[in-house]
Write a new protein. Sequence first.
Length: 184
Amino acid sequence: MKYGLPALFLLGCQTPPAATYHYGVPLDEVSFNLYSLSMGVYPDTSVLDDPANPFAGGGLDGDLRWDINSGGLSVAAFYAWATWLTYQPSGEAQFYSAASLHDVYGLGLCEDTDLYYVRGLALDGYQSMLDNFPDAVTYDATGTIAYSLAPQAIAGIEALGGTVEGGWTVITQDDGSTVVVQSQ
């Protein structure tokens, strides 16, 4: 084997472009643009071509996506997470892309004619997290305790009135914690 495992991992990930984000655009004024019917759903990368995406040229250095996410800026959070997903595919990025779309839908932060499609994108995003990144975790506010995102993805699908595909089921264990299993 020519490359070791770490080298193969690095070859599979891309680094986002250097920061060229237009800081003059207030993030609370970013409008949602239904650019494609698969934007923000792995492995689609069309969000990088969306003219409404303030991060298409870069600018997601450090913890900016977390700051935007915690600031309640659902549209900007979607663009941040979906852009990150194209450069660093992970279940965490897929989950938060879907969750941001869920908020865009629930809060009506898009054109009324796009609500149906945004709901579908959120459902597809949650399902993509389950199918492509079933072991994905995120961390609590201290950054030390990891927890699974799969139960939350299933809850998101159910909250949107969707049907979980692929035989995924949430099981509550004796200690009250939940795990997700896939039956065949």
